[in-house]
Design a protein around this ligand. Structure first.
Ligand code: HH2
Length: 281
């Protein structure tokens, strides 16, 4: 059975993994750009991911791949059309991947229950007030710089400590604006202003982020570091590497896994969890 919002927000206590399936309604996403750009195809893909076991469908109308340009709130809303309502009708939860409070408010009206803000409330000063008022889930993600510039020679002294301290600060800022701790999910932002070694260090160091006391979301699926490690240039051919990264992240404490390949990830998690919990069998 698909998880409730409360299940997701408590998943760091229960250890129940939640699979978040990606639905990009964009012409240019690195992983699946253009594939789901019309309303009918988007709704079908949402329904397919729900059937495959997605607890959450994460809908975005702005690509955030390195070098991508911004998309205005009006254009994001136009691209979304009725896809949030269609995805909410599948029985999965819906998260809206946007840094704009106007787009987020529109998606919440249509049935979304989580705001996935890759800017962690830095792009739009109204975002925290909206999340506070609506009591929805709120993903705060780490990003160095902006998508347009973030891969220009990113450097850290201690990437895990710096990401942890950034997320702690953003939790404090959200709470100062009235968001409850219990609404918040944190995310190290794999691939956002990070080189290969930074991504690997963060995946190895998830315990430090779990220590913030909130569920940890990891989005490693099809990302460039998997291509670099395996010499797989085509993002769509990175499923097996993505599943390995998702399992490793789950074993390291992440309970929300943002993935393109829902069925493969759910199958891998089912086997992993059965092996981990002999009492259940
Ligand atoms: N990654 C992407 C987009 N949104 N949100 C969170 N919380 N965490 C992530 O790691 C994350 C995210 C990038 O992946 P994708 O949506 O496939 O590509 P694009 O940004 O090009 O649409």
């Amino acid at each position: 059975m698909a998880a409730s919002l409360q299940d997701i927000l408590n998943s760091h206590h229960t250890g129940r993994p939640a699979v978040m399936g990606v639905l990009n309604i964009t012409p240019d996403s690195f992983s699946d750009g253009g594939e789901f750009f019309d309303a009918g195809t988007a709704a079908e893909h949402a329904a397919a991911m729900a059937r495959e076991g997605a607890d959450i469908i994460d809908i975005g109308a702005e690509s955030t791949r390195p070098g991508s340009a911004r998309v205005s709130p009006g254009e994001q809303i136009a691209r979304l059309g009725s896809s949030v309502a269609a995805a909410a009708g599948t029985g999965s939860l819906v998260s809206i991947d946007t840094s704009s409070s106007v787009v987020a408010a529109c998606a919440l009206e249509q049935g979304a229950s989580i705001i996935n803000d890759i800017s962690a409330g830095r792009d739009d000063p109204e975002m925290f007030a909206l999340a506070a008022e609506r009591g929805c889930g709120l993903v705060l993600m780490h990003m160095r710089g902006e998508p347009a510039t973030m891969q220009r020679d990113p450097d850290y002294r201690d990437v895990v400590a710096e990401v942890r301290s950034f997320l702690a600060q953003r939790i404090a800022a959200a709470m100062a604006a009235g968001v409850k701790a219990a609404q918040i999910i944190v995310d190290p932002g794999i691939g956002f202003g990070k080189r290969l070694e930074h991504n690997l260090a963060l995946l190895r160091g998830l315990a430090a982020l779990c220590d913030l006391g909130r569920p940890v979301l990891v989005g490693a699926s099809r990302k460039r570091f998997i291509g670099e490690l395996t010499n797989t240039p085509a993002a769509s051919a990175r499923t097996l590497g993505s599943v390995a990264a998702a399992l490793y992240a789950y074993a390291g404490g992440a309970t929300i896994l943002r993935v393109h390949d829902v069925s493969a990830t759910c199958q891998a998690l089912a086997v992993w969890r059965s092996l981990e919990n002999p009492a259940g069998f």
